[in-house]
Design a protein around this ligand. Structure first.
Ligand SMILES: [Fe+2]
Length: 228
């Protein structure tokens, strides 16, 4: 093997950023949930991807300090991490791009879910979900240190599912290899993430995703990162 020159590079890959803000966000998470409850009382509701789900209006960061604080945190992480995916410094600075349009999503029972959708539109280029609680309406014990597992297929209840839009094309050539398709990246596997308090999951705005039902109520906060 001494004479063999090798170049390994993940091509046609999709950026995915998972960040855990940990116990430091515990108070912020409580405030976010409190403010979402307040907003739900206003009965302002926007039809989006949710079925049997409540979704707030956009721009929660202009109305609540908790959301504004979260926006600044999300921006800091994304601005630093997107440079690992080839974004130039000038692409990811407040002068040229900004996170805004934060909105909240609450599913209160097992009949709720989110249909497959994207957050494309306007000048959006990145998006994601932040989880202020493990279970909506309850403070549960959590291991703040642990990052969630990224699973290739094998979704658990309430998971966020990120689809590989090329799955159909990829599986035309390997119709028999279900194991390869379902268990490995690059062969059309869907990525499944179980929500966890203080965790951010961020991905390009074009990435199709959905949320599957679960018994326990679920809360998340979505956002858009867009060019100015
Ligand atoms: Fe979404």
């Amino acid at each position: 093997m001494n004479d063999v020159k090798i170049l390994n590079k993940a091509v046609f890959a999709c950026p995915l950023i998972v960040a855990n803000f940990g116990q430091a966000n515990e108070d912020l998470n409580l405030n976010l949930c409190k403010d979402i409850k307040t907003e739900m009382l206003t009965e302002a509701y926007v039809e989006r991807s949710g079925v049997n789900a409540w979704q707030s209006q956009s721009g929660m960061e202009t109305k609540y300090d908790s959301f504004s604080l979260l926006r600044d945190q999300l921006e800091k992480v994304l601005f630093s991490q997107l440079k690992n995916f080839g974004f130039a410094d000038e692409d990811v600075m407040r002068e040229n791009s900004i996170i805004s349009d934060l909105w909240a999503n609450v599913i209160e029972n097992s009949a709720g879910f989110h249909m497959p959708h994207t957050h494309s539109g306007g000048k959006n280029f990145f998006t994601g979900a932040y989880y202020p609680a493990n279970i909506w309406g309850q403070k549960t014990v959590t291991d703040f240190e642990k990052l969630p597992n990224l699973k290739y297929g094998g979704a658990d209840d309430g998971d966020l599912i990120l689809f590989d839009e090329m799955k159909t094309l990829k599986t035309i050539n390997i119709p028999e290899s279900k194991e390869l398709i379902n268990k490995h990246g690059f062969y059309g596997a869907d990525i499944c993430v179980t929500p966890k308090e203080s965790v951010l999951v961020a991905f390009p705005c074009y990435k199709q995703h959905m949320v599957i039902p679960r018994k326990d109520p679920r809360v998340s906060i979505s956002f858009s990162l867009h060019w100015k």
